[in-house]
Design a protein around this ligand. Structure first.
Ligand code: TLP
Length: 349
């Protein structure tokens, strides 16, 4: 099977498995795991922050940040297709009692004026707005990277009105690679940043939440509240260290393959995809409805995904017409050509 469903499907590299087997460990709830401590120090340094905490999932990292930056009964501004709003199980409401204030955009990047207009006036009869959430790269917008300049402009609007800014940087290293900058630069204007080791960097488990020391002390408490206190977790942190030191520099390979995939898909008449739109490792495209005579049951995206699976290629359906394919460490050039051949055959059928 060629698995393009997500970059989460990568299995640990041989170097990761060796590091996991050899990892020095201790009880991390007591703060005694030396490998976790090393990973947290490295993550903080890479992102230019005082401190970091290892969390089991990106969702937990994001939700700890939402919890700490808000209060029950407050609003969170987020782009309408943002992960925290759409794919985190309503956690911002369930765990923190917050409401999203989604901002629709034509191409995935909010304008500072939109954020400004979405902040409620500070009067006793309006819901307080407490947090701006950004996402870089933006998953559902084909892995769109957002520049440091735009991040700075958005954060400035939020900070002027005393909002906090959290960056869902699950794929921040993909963004940095695509923009020719560093994760540190992209994170500079945010109060907290979550990034994942378990996506394009191929670690089996784990994400990092970074911020200032006081924030991370509180994050440790909330991680325990959310059931994320882990014991001899150096076995996983060891893989995370390999991810951060050995897997970041190869991300442009994934981007080049996603571009090749995009160019091939864009040639197919049933597919609506701008061949220049993909800058990182995520390809999201629409199927043109006129090419899919209506049938009872499965929508076109579901039918396409099922057809691809029969030909040995896994991809994901988002809604009725949208399909996502993601390149990663286990996808080589041959896999891209096979996926394109499968797409041609599926659409022809
Ligand atoms: N994204 C997953 C799915 O949930 C869609 C994927 O396959 O891409 N932020 C962003 C931007 C993400 O893309 C994801 C995972 C998360 C947060 C959550 O990370 P996990 O899955 O570790 O909780």
């Amino acid at each position: 099977m060629i698995d393009l469903r997500s970059d989460t499907v990568t299995r640990p590299t041989p170097a990761m498995r060796r590091a996991m087997a050899d990892a020095e460990v201790g009880d991390d709830v007591y703060g005694e795991d030396p490998t976790v401590a090393r990973l947290e120090a490295l993550a903080a340094e890479r992102l230019g922050r005082e401190a970091a905490i290892f969390v089991p999932t990106g969702t937990m990292g994001n939700q700890i940040a939402v919890h700490l930056h808000t209060r029950h009964g407050s609003e969170v501004i987020i782009e309408a297709r943002g992960h925290i709003f759409n794919f985190e199980m309503g956690a911002m409401a369930a765990l923190s009692g917050t409401l999203p204030r989604p901002i629709a955009t034509p191409a995935g990047v909010m304008e500072p004026a939109q954020v400004e207009a979405a902040i409620n006036p500070k009067v006793s009869y309006r819901t307080p707005t407490r947090l701006l959430c950004l996402e870089n790269t933006h998953n559902l917008w084909s892995g769109l990277p957002m520049t440091a300049e735009r991040t700075r402009a958005l954060a400035a609007v939020a900070h002027r009105q005393a909002l906090k800014v959290h960056l869902d940087g699950a794929r921040i290293h993909n963004a940095a690679a695509a923009l020719g900058t560093t994760a540190k630069e992209l994170a500079r204007d945010c109060d907290s940043v979550m990034f994942c080791l378990s996506k394009g960097l191929a670690a089996p488990v784990g994400s990092m939440l970074v911020g200032d020391t006081d924030f991370i002390v509180e994050a440790r408490r909330v991680r325990k509240v959310f059931g994320g206190g882990m014991r001899q977790v150096g076995v996983l942190a060891a893989a995370g260290l390999v991810a951060l030191t050995e897997m970041v520099d190869r991300l442009p390979e994934d981007h080049a393959r996603a571009r090749r995939l995009t160019e091939g898909l864009a040639e197919l008449p049933a597919i609506d995809l701008d061949p220049t739109s993909v800058q990182t490792n995520i390809v999201v495209f629409r199927l043109r409805p006129e090419h899919f005579p209506s049938r009872d049951g499965l929508a076109p995206a579901g039918r396409f995904v099922a057809g691809m699976k029969e030909l040995g290629v896994l991809c994901g359906a988002f809604g009725g017409f949208e399909v996502r394919m993601v390149t990663h460490y286990e996808i080589d050039d041959g896999a891209i050509e096979s996926a394109l051949a499968a797409a041609r055959a599926t659409l022809a059928a």
